[in-house]
Design a protein around this ligand. Sequence first.
Ligand SMILES: Nc1nc2c(ncn2[C@@H]2O[C@H](COP(=O)(O)OP(=O)(O)OP(=O)(O)O)[C@@H](O)[C@H]2O)c(=O)[nH]1
Ligand SMILES: [Mg+2]
Length: 429
Amino acid sequence: MLETRKEIEKTVLVYFSVKDGKNSYDHIQSLNELSSLAETAGAEVVKSFYQFSSSYDSRYMIGKGKVKEIAEYVEEHGISLVIFENELTYTHLRNLEQEIKCKILDKSKLILDIFANNAKTAQAKLQVELAQLEYSLPRLTRQWTHLSKQYGGIGTKGPGETQIETDRRLIKKRISVLKEKLEKINVQRKTQADERKNFIRLSLVGYTNVGKSTLLNLLTASDVYVENKLFATLDTSTRVLNIKTKDTESVISKFPKKVLISDTVGFIKNLPHNLIESFKSTLSEVVESDLLLHVVDVSNSNFEEQINVVNETLKEIGAKGKPILFVFNKVDILENKEMIKGLSQKHKDSVFISAKKGINAAALIVKVKEMLTHDTKETVIKLKPHDYKGLSTLYGSSEIRDVKYLKTGIKVTIKTKPSGKKHLEKKIE
Ligand SMILES: Nc1nc2c(ncn2[C@@H]2O[C@H](COP(=O)(O)OP(=O)(O)OP(=O)(O)O)[C@@H](O)[C@H]2O)c(=O)[nH]1
Ligand SMILES: [Mg+2]
């Protein structure tokens, strides 16, 4: 755990990128995000360094000149922590620590620390410990010697073995213990999931700090933890849709089954892979949902990139292809309201809300109902006059309710699902 929580550590950030001519803006976004992460961990960021070069330095990641510049700054200003945006290898860490005389971390380690600090349930704690150990394994230094005291015992110190080899073996042993424990929790979770089969299941997914938990609270009249910090939520909370306003109650009563909504851990750019791996069981609720509500902080200038990161992460956890409703949140603080029109054209299944102010909750629920009870929905498709090929495609792929041959074209009413509709539109174009 970072010592930063006990006393605020003066911190500098470092960003390195290989020159490709287009990163003039990226480094600002990345450093801003790294700064929020560092502050979430309790650090005080006093300066950022960045460097673009034709290739990275195998010894230090950044060039030797930059290392010197940072070392001087660290000494002059009493800095105790340097955080790199880039993932550092054991060699980088060792060499950097020799030149810059203070603690050095990379973004993955920082995120792992925040997760460790925020983990509340036994499952989250085990998952974080597993990810931390897997991260440490290739970066072992003598810092792990305490493990032999904690988990040591018969056969932990073979003759001639170095301490690091012993530690590595201890860590591997602990990793398999953790995996077993998590597997047991997973079996219990599957039983719970089976019990939920008779419900309609929605999951809130999205970048960290976009307002997922605030939305869960609004939609389910709950009180889960909300905070203007990254990774406030690490566990999955599931609640029944239950928002009692004049507009929403009547829609909710028309759902064929009770609706459950789950809120879960948020995503971030370059989330350490082993964290995603160990959080897979927490995230399995997402994979099993009927519909994903992809919550986006539309007031954040970087929201398009955040959408891409979330889409990539969804692929990684096996949730690709799930129906998605884009929930553009924080419209109350959106300066450029003009954007809404363009976004709603780009993302057909979308709503614009403020979870905090309760704006447009009814529209969201209506949209959810529309997407879920698609089989009762009708869509009218207009084909060109004499487009019998298009008509035959429609007959082959959907249930036709009505066909009208007009002078201007053929008007076909079909029973369809939203995803099916997109598919059809493509076929007909
Ligand atoms: N202005 C405004 N702020 C909001 C809105 N929704 C959420 N917030 C704020 O955004 C911050 C993050 O909200 P959370 O609900 O904790 O976000 P989250 O997506 O659950 O975040 P993590 O669990 O940390 O990934 C809090 O300070 C909320 O009060 C909104 O509609 N408008
Ligand atoms: Mg949350």
